[in-house]
Design a binder for this molecule. Structure first.
Ligand SMILES: C[S@@+](CC[C@H](N)C(=O)[O-])C[C@H]1O[C@@H](n2cnc3c(N)ncnc32)[C@H](O)[C@@H]1O
Length: 402
């Protein structure tokens, strides 16, 4: 299946830059010792992200070891999640890139810059030449310094762009400090941390304030870790915000402004993307003794904007893939969220399919969007038998270049 949009792989210069930071900081230490130092820190960070989930300013933004370890291990992952989010913003959420004049991007909880810089690099990769301002907010001044150094050192990736960083504790929304509006507002795996101690009403209020900073033509792109409670909060909060503001719409992950159904009923599924990518050489090395998942990035996504979402036909023909593609008992099956907000189970008989088609279906990724041509008849359990003649057209199939 041909991709509908090709995304650049993670830049080698950025990978090398992070490794150079580690080597410069601990000049006396040999490679294996340095890798072990980083591994120890990554075990702590992994536990913090996946088990205890308690964050404060000292969590990983105060010590060089924490920032450099994150840079060498997690940075490429959130970078890639952002590429997919921005690809959808450009190609499906009808964001019209300003023709001229500066593009203003605000990266909230920017850390050392994986999301904001990924966005700059993708805009340049897509041939956007306007000047770009990246405004980065975080309470870790050390992380912001790394962001600025990296931006300066790899300037070929984002020519004609400037970084403005601000150290802010974002638990309190910095209302009076912001004078501008932005074309893009990004939260890269940071919304859940910033609002970690808040009830849903409070985080809704917080997001309502931040969405005021968006231009009428702008988009807010939120990526979050694919953990059920975090995704539930994301989709509930974004749904509350658009319900309270009739000018604002949900542009993704679903269709016609519909919310994720997990906000309306206690669905056992929670939506998130699962994208495969080739891990970087240094990530492989660090992971050698850790055995963490490094070949997939899983993330929840929400895109908001003040314009009306694309009007799409409603029903099972147009869907977003929300489950793995399963090959069993002579069938190929997968779940999709239809454009009417219903979860459908689609099923092919394998014996009817050519090998090439089977490979195509097995290569579909969670988050891809397709349209099936021909009439479909779901049964009462929303299960649909597909015929081999029923063409599945790719509408949003982003892939990283090899
Ligand atoms: C998981 S990191 C993500 C960093 C970056 N966006 C990325 O994509 O790699 C979360 C970031 O949110 C920041 N953060 C968390 N709570 C914050 C708060 N209350 N105020 C400011 N920044 C905060 C942390 O310092 C950290 O840089």
């Amino acid at each position: 299946m041909k991709p509908t949009i090709s995304l650049p792989t993670f830049p080698k210069t950025v990978e090398d830059w992070w490794w150079a930071q580690a080597k410069q900081k601990w000049t006396e230490v040999g490679e294996e010792k340095l890798l072990n130092l980083i591994r120890q820190e990554i075990v702590e960070q992994s536990d913090r992200f996946n088990k205890n989930r308690s964050f404060e300013s000292s969590s990983y933004g105060k010590r060089d070891l924490s920032i450099i370890s994150y840079g060498n291990f997690y940075f490429s992952r959130t970078w890639i999640a952002t590429l997919f989010g921005i690809a959808e913003t450009i190609s499906r959420s009808l964001w019209s890139i300003p023709k001229n004049g500066p593009i203003r991007i605000l990266d909230i909880g920017s850390g050392s810059g994986a999301s904001g810089l990924a966005c700059l690099s993708l805009l340049r990769n897509q041939g956007v030449t306007n000047p770009v301002e990246l405004h980065a907010w975080d309470y870790s001044s050390k992380s912001l310094n790394y962001l600025k150094d990296l931006h300066r050192s790899c300037s070929d990736l984002w020519p004609n762009s400037r970084v403005h960083s601000q150290r802010l504790d974002l638990r309190y929304f910095p209302e009076e400090k912001v004078k501008q509006k932005f074309d893009l507002i990004l939260f890269g795996f940071s919304f859940n941390e910033i609002t970690q101690d808040q009830e849903i009403e409070e985080s809704t209020g917080w997001l309502e304030q931040s969405v005021q900073l968006l231009k009428r033509s702008g988009r807010m792109v939120i990526t979050e870790p694919a953990e059920s409670e975090i995704c539930r909060n994301l989709h509930t909060t974004t749904y509350n915000v658009v319900t309270g503001n009739k000018d604002l719409s949900l542009m993704a992950p679903y269709f016609n402004g519909l919310p994720c159904p997990m906000t309306l009923k206690n669905s056992k599924y929670f939506s998130h993307e699962v994208r495969t990518y080739k891990a970087l050489a240094h990530v492989e090395k660090i992971n050698r003794l850790l055995h963490l998942e490094i070949r997939e990035v899983k993330f929840g996504l929400s895109i908001l904007g003040y314009e009306h979402p694309k009007v799409e036909d409603q029903g099972p023909n147009l869907f977003r893939l929300i489950s793995p593609v399963k090959k069993r008992k002579g069938t190929i099956s997968f779940m999709g969220m239809g454009s009417d907000g219903i979860e459908y189970l689609y099923e092919f008989q394998r014996r009817d399919l050519e090998k090439e088609m089977i490979n195509d279906y097995l290569a579909m990724e969670r988050g891809d969007i397709f349209r099936i041509i021909g009439s479909l008849s779901p049964n009462e359990n929303h299960r649909i038998r597909l015929l081999p003649s029923q063409d599945i057209q790719p509408l949003f199939v982003p892939r990283l270049k090899n």
